[in-house]
Write a protein that binds this ligand. Structure first.
Ligand SMILES: *[C@@H]1O[C@H](CO)[C@@H](O)[C@H](O)[C@H]1NC(C)=O
Length: 192
């Protein structure tokens, strides 16, 4: 009998805390679901974050902040609001777009905030190395023979005569499948 009377306070504590937990789960109010931006975002590649809520009992207004300044929908950012979620699109992000982005959801009686980080990487530019497949022609064209998937990406041609700023032009090279390599290869010539 002594054993039972020692244990019962423990049991009643467990019952009590389970009750609180269950009550808490049902009565909790407005809550933003955790969200993230994609990782390894390159400059110029649009990204978006979805801020969605649960438990709202009345109409909710969303606000977005970047490092504590409020974001307005404009050229750099597009905000798409719906009843229970808001989407922030960061358009053509640059390194300066990196930072902490917060979504604030506010109803007449409650508010929640969630913050996540966006890291935009600088585009890495490396000079083209000529080899048996890749050569720089006299007229300035770049020739790539037998293209493979590893050749895909953006190619920038820079022209300068030593006076003033140099001219730059970037093209995207996509390599699709192995069957039509030769055709793609000729098609790319026209751009060089
Ligand atoms: C964003 O938040 C992280 C972690 O809280 C902090 O280390 C970083 O300095 C913040 N960045 C800016 C731009 O405020």
């Amino acid at each position: 009998m002594a054993g039972v009377s020692l244990l019962s306070p423990v049991f009643s504590w467990i019952t009590w805390s389970v009750t609180i937990f269950v009550y808490g789960a049902f009565c909790e109010g407005l809550d933003i679901q955790p969200f993230q931006f994609p990782r390894d975002v390159q400059e110029g590649e649009d990204v978006q974050a979805l801020c969605s809520i649960v438990g709202a009992k009345s109409e909710v207004k969303f606000k977005w902040f970047k490092d504590s300044s409020v974001i307005q929908s404009e050229k750099r950012w597009k905000i798409l609001d719906h009843e229970t979620f808001s989407v922030l699109v960061v358009q053509s992000p640059s390194v300066e777009s990196s930072g902490n982005y917060s979504c604030v959801a506010q109803s007449s009686s409650e508010e929640d905030r969630y913050t996540t980080q966006l890291l935009v990487k600088d585009e890495v530019v490396v000079p083209v190395v000529e080899d048996a497949r890749i050569s720089l022609l006299e007229d300035g064209s770049l020739r790539i023979l037998d293209t493979t998937q590893s050749d895909k990406g953006s190619y920038t041609c820079e022209v300068s005569n030593g006076i003033g700023n140099s001219l730059m032009k970037t093209i995207q090279l996509s390599v699709e499948g192995t069957m039509c390599l030769d055709i793609i290869h000729q098609y790319q010539y026209q751009y060089s």
